[in-house]
Write a protein that binds this ligand. Structure first.
Ligand SMILES: C[S@@+](CC[C@H](N)C(=O)[O-])C[C@H]1O[C@@H](n2cnc3c(N)ncnc32)[C@H](O)[C@@H]1O
Length: 347
């Protein structure tokens, strides 16, 4: 049945008796359900398709009332199994979009379980959860392209890039953090034989032209900025560390310099993301996220989405949950439970 699958579908497109088509599809569905494998072999470049995908498509055909509509669905099914419809910014086959149910397309992200596999670990205070770069890299890059992460930290982006077959450059101000991260990532296998480059320096002034020339590349296809959330976590004593900014103005100026250094190296029409949260201090909610968003907009990028993601409850916060609830009730504010992922496109 398996390898003949496409031939059977092609044959059915030419039939004109609706009952006959339905019967053949019902038989096909029974055969698919009986198959012990989760995937059905197609014997073409797609190799296989999930049982779930086929079952849904065939059920849609079986429920259709007119011959015209039935044929339309059969043709669509055939197309999805034989043709690739790709966009310029990722490897998703839009003819099979229904199969990507793990790719988030809503602007509210509720991610509860951190991926702790392999080199990923929650140990680096202030790192983001791997699902963030995973989702973004799959949406905004193709295999073999180059990703820039100017705030490397524990290297979550680079780990995901390596797993997904994307090359990446990570810049980190702290030499110590950089070395630890490099060592940690080296524990992971590199199944797609991609390149990872670790650069120690200030992202506002690292010479990216030189980095590109060493790597023999011309530009990047995606940038992810995950800066310190101003002074919420102090990462080092280094003056160039954005977490040491004395005021919000200084923080935004510093972040702006990083943007000025990076944006020229992103290809036109390609995407970039900023991950950041707001801040509450001295009885005031400081819209850090929106200020940062403005900095990117000022530099001519187009805002494509504002994603709100639930905030991982840290152990410290969890222990103080009651206290924060009391403070919120008494102080007329709400306890932080979210951060932002802003998506931009370069004109
Ligand atoms: C929020 S953390 C990034 C965490 C990272 N996404 C991860 O998953 O581990 C910010 C990082 O930026 C670094 N940093 C701060 N200022 C910097 C600068 N001017 N240039 C480069 N790195 C900087 C800090 O040392 C810290 O490791």
């Amino acid at each position: 049945m398996k390898k003949d699958f496409l031939n059977i579908i092609s044959g059915l497109i030419n039939k004109s008796d609706l009952n006959e088509i339905r019967k053949d599809f019902a038989d096909l569905l029974t055969a698919i359900k009986k198959s012990k494998n989760q995937n059905i072999d197609l014997g073409n470049e797609f190799t296989s398709v999930t049982k779930e995908f086929l079952t849904e498509a065939i059920n849609q055909i079986l429920e259709t009332q007119t011959i015209e509509r039935t044929k339309y669905y059969i043709k669509r099914l055939k197309k999805s199994l034989t043709e690739i419809k790709e966009s310029k910014i990722n490897d998703l086959n839009l003819n099979r979009w229904k199969e990507y149910d793990d790719i988030i397309t809503d602007s509210l992200w509720v991610l509860n379980k951190r991926d702790n596999s392999g080199a990923h670990h929650a140990g680096y205070w202030g790192n983001f959860i791997p699902q963030i770069p995973n989702q973004l890299l799959r949406r905004y890059t193709k295999k073999g392209e180059w990703v820039l992460d100017p705030f490397l930290g524990s290297g979550t982006t680079l780990i995901e890039a390596q797993r997904l077959g994307r090359n990446a450059v990570g810049i980190e101000l702290s030499q110590k953090v950089l070395e630890q991260t490099k060592k940690n990532i080296e524990r992971e296998s590199n199944p797609h034989k991609i390149e990872l480059e670790f650069v120690n320096g200030d992202s506002a002034s690292v010479d990216l032209l030189e980095v590109e020339s060493v790597l023999q590349i011309k530009s990047f296809q995606f940038i992810i900025w995950h800066p310190p959330y101003w002074d919420i976590i102090k990462f080092s004593d280094n003056k160039s560390d954005l977490s040491n900014s004395k005021s919000i103005e200084e923080f935004l100026k510093g972040f702006g310099k990083v943007l000025d250094n990076c944006i020229p190296h992103l290809d036109k029409k390609r995407f970039a993301a900023v991950v950041i949260s707001d801040k509450y201090s001295n009885g005031e909610w400081i819209p850090l996220g929106f200020y940062v968003m403005q900095e990117v907009l000022k530099r001519g990028m187009i805002l494509k989405s504002t994603i709100v993601k639930n905030f991982d409850e840290t152990t410290a916060k969890r222990n103080q949950k009651e206290l924060w609830r009391y403070r919120a009730l008494a102080g007329g504010f709400y306890v932080f439970k979210h951060e932002y992922i802003f998506i931009f496109q370069k004109k």
